[in-house]
Structures are given as C-alpha cells and as structure tokens.
Design a binder for this molecule. Sequence first.
Ligand SMILES: [Zn+2]
Length: 584
Amino acid sequence: MLILVPDALLSGNLPLPALTLAEGFFLVSPWKPVLLLIPFVPWAMIVSRVLDKHAARFFLAREAWNVGHLCVGLLAFIVAISIPVKEEWAFWLGLVLMILILVGDIVVFAMVTNKDERVPEAHQLTLDFSRWTEARAAKAAAKKAGTVQLVIKSPDKSLVPAPDGATPEFEVRVAAEQMMCKTLDARASEVVLAPTGKDNTYTISMLVDGVRQPGAAMPASEALKILNFWKAAGKLDVADQRKKQQADIGVERDDSRKKIRMTTIGTQAGPRLVMLIDPEAQVKRKPDHLGLLEPQMKELQTLVTDGQGVVVLAGAPDSGRTTTMYTVVKMHDAYTKNVQTVELEPQDSLEGVRQNKWDAQAEGPEFSTLVRSIIRRDPDVVAVAEVPDAATAKELAKAESDRTRVYASLRADNALQALQMWVKLVGDADQASKCLHGVVAQKVLRKLCTNCRVAYQPGAEMLKKMGLPGDKVKQLFKKGGQVLIKNKPEVCPVCGGGGYIGQEGVFEVFSIGEGERAMVKSGDWNALRGEFRKKTLPTIQQSALRKAVDGVTSLEEVLRITADPAKAGDSKPASEPKTSGAGA
Ligand SMILES: [Zn+2]
C-alpha cells in the first residue's frame, strides 16, 4: 500500500500533489481501524446501559436480546470491512453501512419492546435525549445528598435539599420518603394521607389498579409533619390548613421519574393530602388501548365521525371516564375544529383543545352559565367532564345538534341507566331525546399478570352460571402472585404478588338513531334494551366475560366489577370535588 504514495507522486499529472499525498496516506492510515471502532463505543454503551437494563427491568428475553445485539454488532463489522472495492469511497460506504446497522439494532429493539405488554406505556423507549441527561443529573444530585433515596423537586424544579442526618427534619424526610416509596412500589395511582375521624389519628391509603388499599393508623402529630413536609416541597402555604392548594412536584428514584400532583384541603378533622402519581400518564390512552372490543371500536368511530348531537359518557367514579373522554376528544381533529372541554380539574393538557377550568371556590359564573357561554360560540365539540346539575344538562340539550357535538359525562353504571339519568336531568323527555346521538358506558377491570396467572379448567356449573358455552371455554385463568424460581415458589417480580397488573375498560357503546330516540322520549326502557340487544353489540358484562375467556382477566374480577357497583370503584360522596385519578 505504501507504494501507492510514490506512485501517485510520480504520475506527475495531478495538479495538487500535496493533497494526493494526504489521500494516499489516508488509505493506509492507522486511524481507519480506529474510526471503524468508534461507532461501537456509543452503541455498546446504549446496549449495555439502556437496552439490557430495560430488558432486565421488564422481564424481557434478556439473554436472547444480548446474543442478538452481539450478532448484529459482528455483522456490522463484517459488512464494513468486506466491501470488495479498493477505492477510498468504499471505506466510507462501509462505515456508513456499519453505523446504519448499529442504529437499526437499537431501533428494532425499541420498536419490538415498545409493543410488549410487559413494558408500561410510560416506560417505552423514546429518542427524547433530554430525559436521559436529566435522569443522569438527578442521579448525581441524589448521590450528593447521600442518605436519602429520593430526589424531590419543587414546582420550580429546584431540589428539595436533604436535611442533616442528625436532625428531626431528617426523620420527617425519611418518613415522607417511605410513604412515597411504598406508593411507587405498589404501582399506586394515588396516595391519600387523611384523618380517620377518630382518636386523633391519620391513615395513608393507596389506590392500586382502581382498588383502595387502606393503611395502618398513625398519630395525627406524626402525619401532619409528613403532610407539611410535602406541602413545603410543593412551595404551598404550610400555615394555611383550610384552603384548597395544589402543586406539581417531581419525585425521582433510581431511573424512574414521576410527576406528583398534590392537593391539600382542610376537613373538619384536619387537613387532607391527596397525591396523584403521574396524573397525565393515567389518562393517556390510544383509542385501541381503551379496552373496547372490535365492534364497539367501530361503533365509537362511527359516533365520532357523526360529530353531531349529544353523546352521553357514563361510568362510576374512578371507572376511567376521564381517560375515555380525553381519548374520544382527541379523536376529533383539534386543528381544524373548535374543540373545548369544561372541567373541574383538567388532569392532562390536550393539544389544540381549549380546556375551560371551573373553580368552585372562585368568584365567577355558575357551571351552567359557563357552559352556556361556550355553547353560544358554536364550537364543533364540547366535552363536559362531569355534568354537575340539571341546569347544565338543560344547556347541553339546547345546543344546536347539527352544529355541535356534545359529550356529557355522567355517573352511571350502564348505558340504559345513563340515558334515564340524562332524561331526568334535562327534565323534558322530548328535548332530552331529540339531541341524543349515542351513549358510551364503562367500568374498569384489573388485568391478570401474564407472568404468574394460573390456568384452570372451569367447572360446567360455573360456566353455566356465567352464561358461557361449556363446549367452547376449556380454559380460564385466575390470579397467581407466585412464580417458580429455581423450583422454589417466590413472589412474582412483575406484579409484586398481587396477581393483577394494569387496568382496562369494559364498555357499552351504542349509537342512537330515530327509533331509539322515540323510545327514550316515551320512556319505554324495555323496548330500548331490546333494541340495543338487537345490535349484537356487547354489554359491559359480556365484554368483561369476553376478557375472562381471552385470559386478560379472571372470573373473580368480572364478578367484582359487575356484581356490586359500589365496590367496583372507589366510591366517594358525590358532593366532594373529584381529586382522584381516573384509574385507567
Ligand atoms: Zn405476577
């Protein structure tokens, strides 16, 4: 190869011999092998520090992935060195191909694992590098603080400093962190620190997959210290124990980062603290992840396309109603249409959508007045997160059906009940029915952990009782909670032993046409029930059973949510402002 250099010089017909010399030198440059190795450094770092950890964390096929990465790496190198052309450009082409293969390896990993149901949506891999660098900075800060487990950030992103180890403040910090760590370990969507109302005690309860888990009682003095610690972290007025105050703080542990929306409010027995974990993530769902069965999804799409009149959205508190409302609102194009919501507490900000917040404590118009003023401006879509009174329902029923789509959210257990409630609220069956175009009712059920669920053969009697065909359903699943690790039963690492992980909605979706409107108007609910049945669209119970047959959930869970509506969600008095998560 070195001969090339004098050759090039001797040839004499090159205008810039110096450049040729440099080129010739480059061909034999010892830097080339190094250059070939450089792309492997970031690739190997990403594979070992991000991808492998990701695989381990979510119990993916870690070894298989690592073998795959190694093969791809080897392939990339072979491609780079085996281009059979001796020209200069061949080297660069090889290098580019090699980088493309390495990048492809990472992209394929992200695409495949993001589809895996073991990876929660919030933890899917993205190319948002700012998140990575921030996580590193936070980790360094936590290390500096030394003795604490969490990095806590105030609303202004400033770090809440860890107190000196020997002080009483440090003990409070540790207690507050314990409360948060338990909440995060349990994958709770909400944690509440509230007075029990007796013996001057407080209790910490969590909402896990929509089920309230009560905690032990603790003295009020201790609880208030923890409560005030969090208030201070949120830069709230610690002295004011009555007024409702709200703040978003950040909590980071290991490589997970959560936004915590805390609300404090005074009650007769003392102040109460509600913390929502990742409130925005809780209500973010793509339409096909809501839990709708295929014919229901089609019916919902038809309803959205129709875009006229009132569609009643129904569910118990914490039944995922907010999630469904947000998802349905997002199915409308907020860029070409005027889309608005009226909410007490927006849980997520919706791009392009005007979200009107109504504050019960602020001076201003009544809820119904606000709704009326919005409807007067002829928006294309108005979604009301909670119809609080008859006056609001009347305003909504008066909207021009052919110009505005109204989503009215009500607390009801099924489609029929929701429609009855709608008619009652509007107070005039004619007006209430005239504008109706559809109804969507829902509940949420917990999904079985696929890592530890247990298959069994259901008894014929059980199947008969549930109305399932005995000749078709050969296998169902129940919750496990344990897995065999080296032949020893151990707590399932995926669900932490609970047997369930995550939630999904079960629905009733019906569009309402002329015939149904007449039945609503005349109050012939039996006829309407029959009409709905004719559509062969599943009811909530049928949807839930379908999911049990598919192994998504257990019969026990189906019974839990369909038997007693009061137990299915976290029921709270209707007068209380809704501060808890949607649960799905
Ligand atoms: Zn499990």
